[in-house]
Structures are given as structure tokens and as C-alpha cells.
Design a protein around this ligand. Structure first.
Ligand code: NAD
Ligand code: UDP
Length: 312
């Protein structure tokens, strides 16, 4: 059996990845310190004979014998990663060093879940992997952005220096069931607000853009990247290129929830990127992957999930 380690496996994306790996017959070790993740996300897997859960903080070394590592441990929403910014950088950087050291010792293939945040507030649009980004090194988002950039550096140095078998994906905004209802991300905020009839909080004028990928499409891409040809390291963008303003997203959420909540405008957070859209030509070529789930279908699933959360 394929022995797989998923760090951050009790989080939003990690738990969906664990579901897929168990369905595919992996012998799975899920590691999480439950900072933002929850046992609820993986409770349904606990009675599976080939699912093992370990409470562990990746900033400390980990000893395990595995064939593949998916490194997802890291808070991902601005509210959570800014709560303890020093720990956020440590998780990205020390976590990468520890997981790369493990991969080197056991000769495992290791995939890093990097982020579109490495492009910062981009001047190139849509963003290709060749773009180096425009990132503020000392702002309130830097603990996350620069932590992830340094993790990428470590991945490529372990690859060049120690021949570690690396795979790097740059994930663009992804949404779906099991997002944390209080994580402050725009999709979860708008849906929860719409369902509770609270004002929809638009930051700035709402003209900034994002491109949203449904979680099932993302998991498929991660699986394909882990199985991709020898020598293909990435980085590769994974996301849905359908770009929209935050006002358009709010209109979609209101329509699909049937809510009559009102829009209110709040100040734009510091260093908030103005636009973001992945160029996925490389993922199409190397992974034969492109997203299949429309925003309407993905939002319907996500709204159904949040109905169960807000109604208890
Ligand atoms: P999440 O917060 O739901 O999941 C992160 C998980 O990591 C949580 O379960 C958390 O408890 C765990 N964790 C945090 N610090 C840890 C530590 N020191 N040791 C062990 N576990 C720790 O967020 P997510 O959206 O599922 O993101 C997963 C990964 O994907 C992250 O690395 C994130 O940077 C990346 N990513 C996500 C998105 C997105 O839109 N969701 C976009 C780009 C990148
Ligand atoms: N945003 C918003 N209202 C909210 C939460 C977020 O208008 O209640 C905006 C935010 O300013 C940003 C976009 O939505 O421009 C996406 O924010 P999110 O935190 O989800 O992701 P990121 O900025 O990391 O892409």
C-alpha cells in the first residue's frame, strides 16, 4: 500500500484530500495541531483501518516512514494567519524544513501547497508561474506570503542540493464545504451573512477580483500533481480562471441563497491584492487538468453545508 502523510489533514482542504486518499486505498497518516482544523472534519474517517490521526505541530521534527507527503499545514485565511504571525512564518518555514528533512531521510516524494499569495498584488495579469510577484516583505500579510515564498525556496534548494523529489502547487482561492465559518474569507463570510440575514460586508469598493476554484477540482489537481512525471517539479498554478469582482460574488451568493441581506462597505484591508486570476496553461499541459465545477454548482454545495452549520 502507498503510505501517505498529509500535514494539515484536519483542515478544510486537507480533510477533502484525506477523503480522496482513503477512497483510493492509501495507508494514511493525518497530522494536525488543530489550530484551525477540527476533528469534526475527519471524524468520519476515524474508524477506517488505514486512517491514522496524530496531533503534532510541524514546527517540531516528525519521525514516520512514508512514501509520499502532502504538506498542507498552515493557517490560510488572513484572520487566522494574522492571529499569531510569528507562528505562521514558523509553520511555513520550520514546517517545510522538517517535512523536507523527513522526505530526504525516507526518500519520499513531497508536495508543497503553496499559494497565489506568492504573487502578492500582481502587476502581471493573469498570473503565470514565470512571474516573480510583488510582495510587501514587512506588511500584515507578509507572515503568510513570505513564509510561503521561503518554503518554496527551501523546496527547490532541497531538490537541487539533496535531490529530494519535490512537487510545488500554487493554489488560488478555493472554497467548499468544511471551510471554517469564522475564518473571514470572502466566500464563507458572504454565505454565512446571507443565511443569517446579516449585512454582506464588501471591503473597499468591491471591484477587486478573485477567481474561485471548487475544492473537488483542487483535490483532483493535487492528486495528479503527486502522480506527475519524474522531473516535473512545478511550481504549477491550480485554480479556476473564471474571474469576478467581490460585488459579483455577493450577487451570486444572494441569488443562490434567496437572501435579501443588504450590502455594506467596509475599509479595504492593507495590502489587499486588486486582482487575481490563474493562468493554468501549465496545469493543462502537464496534468491534463482543468476545473470542471461551475461557480453556481460549487456555491450550491457550499451553501447547503453552511445551512447545516448555522442552523446547528
Ligand atoms: P485550513 O486552515 O483549513 O487548514 C490548515 C490546517 O493546518 C489546519 O487543520 C490547521 O490546524 C493545520 N495547522 C496549522 N498550523 C499547523 C502546525 N504548525 N502544525 C500542524 N498543523 C498545523 O486551511 P486550508 O484552506 O485547508 O489550507 C490548506 C493549505 O492550502 C495551506 O497550506 C494553505 O496555505 C494552502 N492554500 C489554501 C488556499 C485556499 O483558498 N483554501 C489557497 C492557497 C493556499
Ligand atoms: N472580502 C470582502 N468581504 C469580506 C471578506 C473578504 O470584501 O467579508 C474581500 C477581501 O478584501 C479580498 C477578497 O474579498 O479582496 C478575498 O478575500 P479572502 O480573505 O477570501 O482571500 P484573499 O484576500 O486571501 O484572496
Amino acid at each position: 500500500m502507498n503510505r501517505v502523510l498529509v500535514t494539515g489533514g484536519a483542515g478544510f482542504l486537507g480533510s477533502h484530500l484525506c477523503d480522496r486518499l482513503i477512497a483510493d486505498g492509501a495507508d494514511l497518516l493525518c497530522v494536525d495541531n488543530f489550530f484551525t482544523g477540527s476533528k469534526r472534519n475527519i471524524a468520519h474517517l476515524l474508524n477506517q483501518p488505514y486512517f491514522e490521526l496524530m496531533r503534532h505541530d510541524v514546527t517540531f521534527p516528525l519521525y514516520a516512514e512514508v512514501d509520499q507527503i502532502f504538506n498542507l499545514a498552515c493557517p490560510a485565511s488572513p484572520v487566522h494567519y494574522q492571529f499569531d504571525p510569528v507562528q505562521t512564518t514558523k509553520t511555513s518555514v520550520h514546517g517545510a524544513i522538517n517535512m523536507l528533512g523527513l522526505a530526504k531521510r525516507v526518500k519520499a516524494r513531497i508536495l508543497q501547497s503553496s499559494t497565489s499569495e506568492v504573487y502578492g498584488d500582481p502587476e502581471v495579469h493573469p498570473q503565470t508561474e514565470a512571474y516573480w510577484g510583488k510582495v510587501n516583505p514587512i506588511g500584515i500579510r507578509s507572515c503568510y506570503d513570505e513564509g510561503k515564498r521561503c518554503a518554496e525556496t527551501l523546496f527547490f534548494d532541497y531538490h537541487r542540493q539533496h535531490q529530494v523529489d519535490i512537487k510545488v502547487v500554487r493554489i488560488f482561492n478555493t472554497y467548499g464545504p468544511r471551510m471554517h465559518p469564522n475564518d473571514g474569507r470572502v466566500v464563507s463570510n458572504f454565505i454565512v451573512q446571507a443565511l443569517l440575514g446579516q449585512d454582506i460586508t464588501i471591503y473597499g469598493d468591491g471591484q477587486q477580483t478573485r477567481s474561485f476554484c471548487y475544492v473537488d477540482d483542487l483535490v483532483e489537481a493535487m492528486m495528479r500533481m503527486m502522480a506527475s512525471r519524474d522531473g516535473f517539479t512545478g511550481p504549477v498554478n491550480i485554480g479556476n480562471p473564471v474571474e469576478m469582482t467581490m460585488l459579483e460574488l455577493a450577487e451570486n451568493v444572494l441569488r443562490l441563497t434567496g437572501s435579501s441581506a443588504k450590502l455594506i462597505f467596509k475599509p479595504l484591508p492593507q495590502d489587499d491584492p486588486k486582482q487575481r486570476q490563474p493562468d493554468i496553461a501549465l496545469a493543462k499541459k502537464e496534468l491534463s487538468w482543468e476545473p470542471k465545477i461551475s461557480l453556481a454548482d460549487g456555491l450550491k454545495e457550499t451553501i447547503a453545508y453552511f445551512r447545516t452549520v448555522v442552523q446547528g
